[in-house]
Ligand binder design. Structure first.
Ligand SMILES: Cc1cc2nc3c(=O)[nH]c(=O)nc-3n(C[C@H](O)[C@H](O)[C@H](O)COP(=O)(O)O)c2cc1C
Length: 191
């Protein structure tokens, strides 16, 4: 039975770190919600345990980028079916395009990942089924030179977490707690 709020804090931090580092983690592909009542799956790329900031990669032309801007509210939702654990992260998002952090994220990306940012922006209407990529880039492992122009479309989303709602399901009794990041304290709430 989980009875310790400090355990909850550690559990949240370790699951977010694992989510960023392992594609096998349920927290690797959370649903990211924005203030326009839209939500989408994104890959969690990083978790800074000192500042409690999440890092995602995205296309600077995608609609969510305009919605989030330099300080929009963002929700990040995950459910680990095996662990029977839901985590609802809330925070403030900001988009960075030409910062050292965005540069570093680009440098760490494979050319295959960079290729995604070569084509039409997400949501661009097409007369026919399309990957959005230029024909020459279909089905190839491009060179760094070939994908260099895609850097203009690459952005990172940083979400500074404010609170995390942690819900564990158990036959013996569900447990739910909210960790307030700024206050550095948690409280129990009814599930
Ligand atoms: C498994 C999976 C992982 C995805 N990862 C990302 C991602 O890391 N970044 C991203 O911008 N979109 C990602 N997408 C696509 C988004 O869900 C979404 O379709 C896209 O970002 C469209 O932009 P919008 O949400 O601004 O309309 C992913 C989709 C799936 C199914």
């Amino acid at each position: 039975m989980i009875e310790d709020l400090d355990f909850i804090r550690e559990d949240i931090a370790s699951r977010l770190a694992e989510g960023a580092n392992s594609r096998h983690s349920a927290f690797h592909t959370p649903v990211v919600a924005t203030a326009d009542a839209d939500a989408r799956v994104m890959v969690l790329r990083g978790f800074d345990a000192d500042s409690w900031t999440l890092l995602f990669h995205t296309d600077a032309r995608s609609p969510k980028v305009a919605v989030i801007g330099e300080g929009g509210p963002v929700g990040v939702l995950s459910y680990d079916r095996k662990a029977k654990l839901q985590m609802r992260c809330r925070g403030t998002g900001r988009i960075e395009r030409d910062t050292p952090l965005a540069d570093a994220a680009w440098e760490e990306s494979t050319t295959f990942a960079r290729r995604c940012y070569l084509g039409e922006g997400p949501g661009t209407v097409s007369d026919q089924p399309t990957s959005g990529l230029p024909d020459w880039a279909e089905g190839i492992q491009p060179t760094p030179e070939q994908v260099a122009p895609a850097r203009d479309h690459f952005a990172i989303l940083l979400v500074q977490l404010e609170s995390v709602d942690w819900l564990h399901l158990a036959n013996a009794g569900h447990r739910r707690a909210v960790w307030d990041v700024a206050a550095g304290e948690g409280r129990w709430i009814a599930p």
